[in-house]
Design a protein around this ligand. Structure first.
Ligand code: AMP
Length: 282
């Protein structure tokens, strides 16, 4: 695996790939890699000839008081994991390489970011959309792979690419979980043993609400109340939001029908965890 740290280096390697007709899948990450990220790499290998992964802790998507400074960073370990999973190129730029000066360009999708995480992390999705647009322009992959764990992020990126006619396929891979259902996340590393046990409440709450939906519960408020009640029963957990919305538009309707996205953000101690599930409402 080749590690590159400059945009110029990526562009020149990309030109070489174009000359030989090599198809590229991009997996953008913030590092601190786990099995969820590696599943995206493996999926990328099925979809393209080479997987290029990026590791960049993007300051633009962290708000004041969030965990930018203490976000786990271990590039050597990440590189070894990526090489083991079959990635061909790792792009790991310094902050100054991606942002030699603050971006004057704003990439905003207000229609998709007013609710869910967007309501609680102002500016977060502008930061995400900006860095993903930049990475897609730098790497110019044929396909880019994202995780369903960050459902709103994937919806934002799909729409960004559609609206701006970017020539890339967006692939969304199902959420990879621990044996007890906890969605894999770099932020799980912040949890102590008690908090780690408490963190299973997200998956449990989603399962409860999904069962109610499968049983015919269509009222949004009722589904959200089931999610909230399950979280309230866990003393170490504090609900930020519980939502039942349209999986594509992320719009909330009084009554859900067809497919519905059930989504949660929960603080366990100081650690903010998110999870979601898509259900069919009969
Ligand atoms: P991050 O490094 O947290 O920014 O995540 C990079 C990519 O990995 C994003 O597309 C995430 O949605 C995806 N991802 C993170 N955790 C998981 C997981 N447990 N299962 C599947 N994809 C994931």
């Amino acid at each position: 695996m080749l590690t590159l740290t400059t945009i110029a280096g990526v562009r020149s390697r990309r030109e070489e790939a174009a000359r030989t007709g090599v198809r590229i899948a991009l997996v953008p990450t913030m590092g601190a890699l786990h099995d969820g990220h590696l599943a995206l790499v493996r999926r990328g290998r099925e979809l393209a000839d080479e997987v290029w992964a990026s590791v960049f802790v993007n300051p633009a998507q962290f708000g004041p008081g969030e965990d930018f400074e203490r976000y786990p960073r271990d590039l050597e370990r990440d590189a070894a994991l990526l090489a083991g999973a079959g990635a061909s190129v790792l792009f790991a730029p310094a902050t100054k390489e991606m942002f030699p000066r603050p971006s004057a360009t704003v990439v905003d999708l207000p229609a998709l970011t007013g609710g869910l995480c967007g309501a609680h992390r102002p500016g977060h999705f502008r930061g995400v959309a900006l860095i993903v647009a930049k990475l897609l322009n730098v790497v110019q992959p044929h396909v880019a792979v994202f995780g369903a764990k960050d459902w709103q992020q994937a919806a934002v990126i799909r729409r960004l690419v559609e609206d701006l006619d970017m020539p890339v396929r967006i692939e969304v891979h199902p959420t990879v979980r621990e044996d007890d259902g906890l969605a894999r996340s770099s932020r799980n590393a912040y949890l102590d043993a008690g908090q780690r046990r408490a963190a299973t409440v997200l998956h449990r709450a989603l399962q409860r609400a999904a069962a109610a939906a499968a049983g015919g519960e269509r009222r949004r408020a009722a589904l959200e109340a089931i999610l909230a009640a399950e979280v309230a029963a866990e003393p170490l957990a504090r609900l930020q939001y519980a939502a039942a919305v349209d999986p594509d538009t992320l719009e909330a309707r009084e009554s859900v029908s067809g497919r519905a996205l059930l989504a949660l953000a929960v603080f366990v101690g100081a650690t903010r965890l998110i999870d979601n599930i898509v259900v069919e409402v009969p």
